[in-house]
Ligand binder design. Structure first.
Ligand code: BGP
Length: 487
């Protein structure tokens, strides 16, 4: 008699919560010893459909260094979580969060990136934040580098382009694992590590003066340094705090073939491989063969040192986390109308609606991705970003009726539950931007994701007052029912 049964819902210890990132939420960009970061030299986009997060030059960086205001650099102000964290975490607790994903600003701990002793005021701030989380039984899930690094590492090493940055990063991670041993149970090394193929925000390297080939050569070399740094961090974490779990984090770019024509299906398979390359390295511990062909055909020659491959094999992550927002279409020919999406372009899907920023909404795609990841990697999975960016308006009754966000989240939670019934080992779900934050791609405030509205506009005007949206009480119900009551 086959005794295995089908799960009927989320596991009882499912980690419900929400996510933010230091560079988008904290503000306090120049207090308590913190150094300037790469996120704080990026300006707000002039067109909301065009990402500004990678648009930097050596000149624009110098201009930003000389500018001591936050007027043109919204990520310097965030939503002032630095001074509001007790109020914000209390609100997360009111929703019933089991986990809160946040990132540590590397430049609060090592303001210049190359110091040998950390900045105590920075460590103390996160001591206090984690204590506030534990006060409510909320587990912190920490992203060690979320789209930022000390700017000095760009100026001296050109970010991850230089192998020297590995030592700076692993000195930082060792301090974190020792300081927060027994306090932080869940770690992630790099946010959306595949974003390094898109440029500055992932690599911390200025490559605007290079041609496309040289840009990709630099970015894949930078990625190799990040892979090695991540593997060393995984080993450090296992040695310093064996009770903790450390994962990788990918921006999932689920794509479909434009037609059943096998050439389109093959084109989509290659696009999928180019997205899974990162998780293949960090979960399986080695470079996949299909990348050998890709590197040869694109003239990319990676420099590796003896021992690097051994390190990758020893530094495999414990779980795989990812962001999921949208899906795209891939065609072998380029006659497909392009859609705009989370940091990357792709074809338009006639079966899907899009957000106001052109992101194609595809809940079933999340079930597809979860099944594919579980089949491929056999490690626990964690959806650490999912949400709908929208221009929330305060209605005449003074409330924010974000039914559109409830619908988006409900549909994605339904598909996660289907994936759990399919047998996928899913650890948890942290919605992106559980409180309104500055957008990563465009540095807008008006692209809101939160259950909690923050009174601030794109120019930084506002009281920063926090206000519950309709989705706040809805999500509270979802968590209280462990994902059963989604109405
Ligand atoms: C992901 C980032 C998050 C978050 C999210 C939404 O790429 O990891 O930091 O910002 O995208 O993107 P955006 O803020 O551009 O709408």
């Amino acid at each position: 008699m086959y005794s295995k049964t089908m799960p009927t819902g989320f596991p009882k210890d499912f980690l419900w919560g929400g996510a933010t990132a230091a560079n988008q939420v904290e503000g306090a960009w120049n207090v308590d010893g913190k150094g300037l970061t790469t996120a704080e030299v990026v300006q707000k986009a002039t067109d909301r459909k065009v990402m500004s997060m990678n648009e930097v030059t050596k000149e624009s960086i110098q201009e930003a260094i000389d500018d001591q205001s936050d007027k043109r650099y919204p990520k310097r102000r965030g939503v002032d979580f630095y001074h509001h964290y007790k109020e914000d975490i209390k609100l997360f607790a009111e929703m019933g969060f089991k986990v809160y994903r946040l990132s540590i600003a590397w430049a609060r701990i090592f303001p210049k990136g190359d110091e040998t002793t950390p900045n105590e005021a920075g460590l103390k701030f996160y001591d206090d934040v984690f204590a506030e989380c534990h006060k409510y039984g909320i587990e912190p899930l920490i992203t060690i580098s979320h789209y930022e690094m000390p700017l000095i590492l760009t100026l001296t090493n050109n970010g991850w382009a230089s192998r020297k940055t590995i030592a700076d990063f692993t000195r930082y991670t060792e301090v974190l694992f020792k300081r927060y041993k027994g306090v932080v149970k869940y770690w992630l090394t790099f946010n959306e590590i595949n974003a390094s193929t898109w440029g500055f925000t992932g690599t911390g390297a200025v490559d605007s003066d290079l041609n496309v080939h040289d840009q990709m050569q630099l970015r894949y070399q930078a990625l190799h340094h990040e892979f090695v740094a991540s593997a060393i961090a995984v080993k450090q974490c296992h040695e310093i705090d064996p009770e903790a779990q450390i994962g990788s984090m990918l921006a999932r770019m689920q794509t479909y073939a434009n037609t059943p024509n096998p050439v389109d299906v093959r084109a989509a398979q290659l696009q999928d491989q180019l997205n899974l390359f990162f998780t293949d390295v960090q979960v399986r511990g080695e470079y996949p063969e299909y990348m050998n062909r890709y590197f040869v055909e694109n003239g990319i020659e990676l420099e590796m040192e003896p021992g690097d491959e051994q390190l990758l094999a020893e530094g495999k992550v414990d779980y795989l986390s990812f962001s999921y927002y949208m899906t795209t279409i891939t065609s072998a020919t380029d006659d497909v109308e392009q859609a705009s999406g989370n940091l990357s372009m792709g074809g338009k899907n006639p079966y899907l609606k899009s957000s106001a920023w052109g992101w194609q909404i595809d809940p079933v795609g999340l079930r597809i991705t979860l099944n594919e990841f579980w089949d491929r990697y056999r490690v626990p999975l964690f959806v650490v970003e999912n949400g709908l960016g929208a221009e929330d308006k305060i209605s005449d009754d003074g409330k924010i009726h974000d039914d559109y966000r409830i619908d988006y989240l409900r549909q994605h939670i339904e598909q996660m539950k289907e994936a759990v019934k399919d047998g996928v080992d899913l650890m948890g779900y942290t919605t992106w931007g559980c409180i309104d934050v500055i957008s990563a791609g465009t540095s807008e405030m008006s692209k809101r994701y939160g259950f909690i509205y923050v009174d601030q506009d794109d120019e930084g005007n506002g009281s920063l007052k926090r206000m519950k949206k309709d989705s706040f009480d809805w999500y509270k119900k979802v968590i209280a029912s462990n994902g059963e009551d989604l109405d």
